[in-house]
Design a protein. Structure first.
Length: 91
C-alpha cells in the first residue's frame, strides 16, 4: 500500500499523509512516493558506489573475514568433537 510505504519512509503519521494528499488522487501520492524513495535510497547507493570503486580493499576485507571465520570454525569443530568423544583424524 502506497500510504504505508510513504508512512514508513517519511516517518510522518498516516493521518498527516492522508490530509496532505486528500482529494489529489493517487497520481500525486505516487510521484511523491517515488521521489521520497529515491532520496531515502540515495545514501545507500552512494555508499555502494564508493565501496565498488576500491575492489582491492573490498577483496581484502572479504579475505580477512573468511580467514577469521575459518579459525573460529576450526575451534568450534574441535570443541564439538571433544564433547561428543570423536577421535580426531591423524591422532
Amino acid at each position: 500500500n502506497m500510504l504505508t510505504l510513504f508512512e514508513v519512509l517519511s516517518k510522518k503519521p498516516r493521518a498527516e499523509i492522508e490530509a496532505e494528499f486528500h482529494g489529489q488522487g493517487y497520481g500525486k501520492l505516487k510521484k511523491a512516493l517515488v521521489e521520497l524513495t529515491v532520496e531515502t535510497l540515495r545514501p545507500v547507493q552512494e555508499s555502494y558506489a564508493d565501496l565498488m570503486k576500491n575492489q582491492d580493499h573490498l577483496m581484502g576485507v572479504l579475505d580477512a573475514g573468511a580467514q577469521r571465520a575459518r579459525g573460529i570454525a576450526a575451534q568450534t569443530i574441535t570443541r564439538v568433537r571433544d564433547a561428543m568423544g570423536f577421535v580426531r583424524p591423524g591422532v
